[in-house]
Design a protein around this ligand. Structure first.
Ligand SMILES: CC(=O)SCCNC(=O)CCNC(=O)[C@H](O)C(C)(C)COP(=O)(O)OP(=O)(O)OC[C@H]1O[C@@H](n2cnc3c(N)ncnc32)[C@H](O)[C@@H]1OP(=O)(O)O
Length: 165
């Protein structure tokens, strides 16, 4: 569960945030390695996933909404990807056919951590969700990251359950 407060932390000088592009391939794959195993993602596969993410949009209350909203923070001085994350916007039947945002795959590259980039990224993704019309934005995280998300104005709600192969 989140608050709807739209406070925005300023990015440090030299950093920008934007939607992920095909040119971000190496930086995104490297950055995601701080989160989990990325595996063997070829440039061709990356490009096809970007095309897929860019081609999925739907209409909600008169406006176009992107289903996938992958973002990157770029260090424009070093010309490298510093952070990445996504918000997937789910069309529901409940809550008057409402929208729910799911924040996924947040990673800040090790040498860019501790500069408020994670906080800026979460605020940006949450704003993307609320501007699209989401009634809530949710995420799952490890216990060790709860304080970070509390600083981003998220609150504990529910319990994550999993079933894995
Ligand atoms: C939904 C998901 O994907 S969950 C997965 C999250 N990703 C990971 O665990 C991958 C590895 N970790 C990371 O990428 C980063 O360390 C992140 C995303 C957890 C944090 O990003 P950073 O850019 O380093 O954090 P940022 O500088 O924005 O910190 C904001 C505040 O949270 C605090 N904070 C950051 N990480 C933590 C933590 N693990 N525990 C407690 N507090 C933290 C900071 O001290 C700061 O506090 P302040 O505002 O009082 O100074």
């Amino acid at each position: 569960m989140t608050t709807t407060e739209a406070t925005t932390t300023a990015l440090p000088e030299g950093y920008i945030i934007r939607r992920m592009e095909k040119q971000d391939y190496e930086g995104v794959v490297d950055t995601l390695a701080v989160l989990t195993t990325v595996g063997n993602v070829s440039k061709k596969k990356f490009d096809s996933i970007i095309d897929y993410w860019n081609s999925n949009e739907f209409e909600y209350r008169g406006s176009k909404v992107n289903l996938y909203n992958p973002h990157v923070i770029v260090d424009t001085i070093k010309n490298e990807i510093a952070a990445t994350g996504n918000i997937i916007i789910e069309q529901k039947l409940i809550h008057d056919c409402g929208l729910c945002g799911h924040i996924e795959d947040i990673a800040v590259s090790s040498n860019h951590q501790g500069k408020k980039l994670g906080k800026c990224l979460i605020e940006k993704l949450r704003n993307v969700g609320f501007q699209a019309g989401c009634y809530k934005v949710i995420l799952d995280c490890d216990e060790k990251n709860t304080m970070f998300y509390e600083k981003c104005k998220f609150k504990r709600a529910g319990v994550e359950m999993q079933s894995r192969l």
